[in-house]
Design a protein around this ligand. Structure first.
Ligand SMILES: *Cc1c(COP(=O)(O)O)cnc(C)c1O
Length: 461
């Protein structure tokens, strides 16, 4: 079945309502019909004037900022204050007794949001848990799942992967006595292309599969915004006898995930990007049920024990099955409270509606970028979208490259109350998040970008 393209849907919708798709009126119309329009008020949207980079002369300081950075740090759910305060109050009122008292009893809080997390990643609730941070979880999982032999010792990841993942994988190879330059295999896009082709990934898996121990790419690439075909890649890698892990930091809360169905072996993620749970908040991990009784060793702590024997504090206790056995420490209820404030919004809204809006909202951003800053026209500053055009290969983020200096464009946007980020060497990441961004945010961003370009042009002259 041919999926319609967002620009076609938007154009025909505009035509039906007799408005020009490029005008602000259209953004207002889309917002008025948006089933998620009420969600924005459940988040703290910063005012332009309180942003450190805003210039009071041009920023319209009392207005809400144009926050397009949910790929890096999602906005704070309003309920977060209440849920954290509840934990602080409980601590003040009952001290250590808070460990077993609602809400979110400290000693059990890491088991509280399993249902919600399971729904987000497509997993049985018992296969997911909250613990540590992302890079720690990646290490803990690799320590068990990466069992290199002399013939099968490679880890496959995408080129230009998030640096922390690359460091983690290279150090894992070193820890096992391998040269990371040989053991960590990185696939790069073809000459002249910005993103990877699935066929090229599959070819490497087919050709080198017998020497690959673990395939561990990111579900959505942080730099390009490309979503990989996780199902096809997982299947192909497993057929070659590789174990398959996914870093879903940029995928969770952003794209449809079916970890169980796809047969993924393990996965890990952070909760502060699309999951809006606050900087450095507790991470998540997934281990497929087929590994519940795995022989491969993993690191243990008291929290790896089954709950029933955890407090016996002696040797010989049963390790909890699956992902639970990877836990080491007692969990932080203040952080879990933050995740709860966010996940209850996701759970109420559901990924289906989020993805429906993403299709239109990111599509609208793409449409306006193309209409105003087309490539090839020498008089107009060019903006290239390096994220795939095919909606099945992306989430909310579009990564842009400009013909003007990236940092100058970024600084001028910041002055005007736009929040987005740049990643070296060349990309600006723009992410309208369906839960709190509006079509008018996108329209205003484009208008401001036009101003910024005219300033860059004047300064270049
Ligand atoms: C955000 C992100 C990280 C960050 O790791 P932390 O351990 O949370 O600091 C790592 N890897 C990827 C792919 C990311 O997107």
């Amino acid at each position: 079945m041919q999926t319609p393209k967002p620009n076609e849907v938007l154009q025909s919708f505009a035509a039906k309502h007799g408005v020009n798709v490029l005008n602000r009126e259209f953004a207002e119309l889309m917002d008025s019909l948006d089933p998620l329009r009420g969600c924005r008020e459940r988040f703290a949207v910063p005012k332009r004037g309180t942003l450190p980079g805003a210039d009071p002369v041009v920023a319209e300081v009392d207005k809400e900022c144009i926050y397009l950075c949910g790929n890096s740090l999602g906005l704070k759910p309003v309920k977060a204050d209440l849920y954290i305060q509840q934990q602080l109050d409980k601590w003040a009122k009952m001290g250590v007794e808070m460990h077993f008292e609602e809400p979110l009893p400290a000693a059990k809080c890491d088991s509280y949001l399993r249902e919600e997390l399971g729904r987000l990643v497509g997993a049985d609730p018992s296969s997911v848990c909250l613990m540590n941070g992302l890079t720690v979880n990646l290490h803990l999982l690799l320590l068990s799942f990466y069992q290199p032999t002399q013939t099968r010792f490679k880890i496959l990841l995408e080129g230009h992967a998030f640096p922390s993942d690359r460091y983690a994988m290279r150090s894992q190879a070193e820890l096992r006595g391998f040269d990371p330059n040989e053991a960590v295999l990185e696939i790069h896009p073809r000459e002249g292309e910005s993103t990877l082709r699935t066929e090229d990934i599959l070819k490497v898996i087919k050709e080198q599969g017998s020497s690959i121990a673990v395939v561990c790419l990111s579900g959505v690439q942080y730099y390009t915004g490309q979503k990989f075909d996780m199902e096809t890649i997982t299947k192909a890698a497993r057929e070659e006898g590789c174990l398959v892990g996914w870093d879903i930091a940029h995928a969770v809360g952003n794209v449809r995930l079916e970890l169980d169905k796809w047969g993924v072996d393990f996965a890990c993620w952070c909760t502060y990007k699309y999951l809006n749970s606050g900087p450095g908040c507790i991470g998540g991990a997934y281990v497929n049920k087929r590994h519940e009784r795995r022989d491969a060793p993993h690191l243990k702590g008291w929290w790896s024990n089954k709950e029933s024997t955890r407090f016996q504090m002696r040797d010989g206790c049963d390790t909890a099955p699956g992902v639970d056995g990877f836990r080491l420490c007692n969990p932080p209820p203040i952080l879990v409270a933050l995740v709860k404030a966010s996940l209850e919004i996701f759970d109420e809204v559901g990924m289906e509606k989020i993805l429906d809006k993403q299709f239109l909202l990111t599509g609208y951003l793409e449409l306006l970028l193309k209409a105003h800053f087309s490539i090839g026209d020498t008089d107009v500053p060019s903006t290239t979208v390096i994220t795939p055009e095919d909606v099945t290969e992306r989430g909310s983020q579009l990564s842009l490259e400009f013909s003007y200096p990236l940092h100058q464009v970024h600084k001028e946007l910041q002055k005007r109350g736009v929040v987005c980020d740049v990643r070296l060497p060349n990309a600006m990441r723009i992410t309208p998040a369906p839960l709190y961004n509006s079509f008018q945010d996108v329209h205003q961003f484009i208008t401001i970008l036009q101003d910024v370009f005219s300033i860059c042009k004047t300064e270049a002259a």
